[in-house]
Write a protein that binds this ligand. Structure first.
Ligand SMILES: NC(=O)CC[C@H](N)C(=O)O
Length: 308
């Protein structure tokens, strides 16, 4: 590819700095999630950005050493791992591929689908896929995914025990209800182990650089066998990655993006780069306000939408 024609490489560090400041200001209109006590106590002004381009450039701003739980961003990589290990057919027996217009932890959506999780980017779908990870218990299942990602993405994810304790201290009735519905409909064999596995993988912590390196996995297949799995993950990020606002966001920006309730956001600009952002305050759907603002600035200014 001709370097001149990669719009993301026209980004300047000054633009990044300006949009981080503006994003920080916007983030004051968001809320920290209250249902995970420790996430409600973070500094809402924290902001971290890391961008890695396929041409080898990198940009960063804000806090580079802070670790934060990736939360729902892990769903992309759980899906990637299960697609590579089990194949498309098995994965899509376990979970659907259709968007949902309900919140990420909606029991009504699961019930109206007869207990079959609608897609892997909402809690029910990720819990169902977490049930397919290998290992005897939740610890070994989480460690399996963590080591696999650290090896292939060259990052250093670590299980954050404090956040995990915080998640366990306030058992989430919505996730408990999803698990029992999945078990009753035959999509989950070991409900307790699986819920604990899901909670653990959401509590894998990353620096902003780790998050960008995870994104790199979806940018550049390490071998040709990964191509179709990566295509599926990116497509589902577009159609389902931001929950019920996915369609709206696809129309507005048109790039594969996944958010997590910690304020993590990961976007992939195919053939160009990965954009990782962390800013904790959330909009009502559970997406980082500052993160999505920052992304919008980059995508619109540099004309990065896939559908241009
Ligand atoms: N949107 C999210 O990041 C959800 C993840 C979180 N662990 C939960 O189950 O509620």
């Amino acid at each position: 590819m001709n370097m001149e024609f990669n719009p993301l490489d026209r980004l300047t560090q000054e633009q990044v700095n300006t949009w981080v400041q503006e994003g920080q200001q916007r983030s004051q209109f968001g809320q920290l999630p209250s249902y995970i006590p420790q996430l409600a106590q973070v500094n809402p002004q924290e902001f971290g950005v890391k961008i890695l381009t396929l041409q080898g450039q990198s940009y960063q701003a804000g806090n580079q050493t802070l670790r934060f739980p990736v939360m729902s961003v892990i769903k992309c990589f759980l899906l990637l791992n299960r697609l590579l290990e089990l194949g498309q057919e098995r994965v899509f027996q376990q979970v659907g591929d259709q968007p949902s217009d309900q919140p990420f932890n909606s029991l009504e959506q699961l019930q109206s689908d007869g207990g079959w999780p609608r897609n892997p980017m909402i809690n029910s779908g990720a819990i169902a896929l977490a049930g397919l990870l290998p290992g005897q218990d939740a610890n070994s299942r989480c460690q399996y995914l963590c080591s696999w990602l650290n090896q292939f993405a060259d990052c250093q994810l670590v299980l954050d025990q404090d956040i995990l304790e915080s998640v366990r201290s306030a058992p989430n009735p919505k996730n408990l209800a999803l698990v029992s519905t999945l078990a009753a409909s035959g999509y989950l064999e070991h409900p307790d182990i699986t819920l604990d596995t899901y909670n653990q993988i959401c509590c894998l912590s990353a620096t902003i650089s780790d998050l960008a390196k995870l994104g790199w996995l979806l940018l550049q297949p390490t071998n040709p066998e990964w191509e179709s799995a990566i295509r599926i993950v990116k497509t589902l990020m577009i159609t389902c990655g931001l929950y019920e606002t996915s369609g709206h966001f696809a129309l507005k920006l048109g790039i594969p993006t996944k958010s997590g309730v910690s304020g993590a956001v990961l976007s992939i600009i195919p053939l160009q780069g990965a954009i990782a952002c962390y800013s904790p305050p959330l909009d009502p759907q559970g997406n980082s306000i500052g993160g999505l603002f920052f992304l919008e600035k980059i995508v619109k200014t540099l004309n990065l939408s896939l559908f241009n």
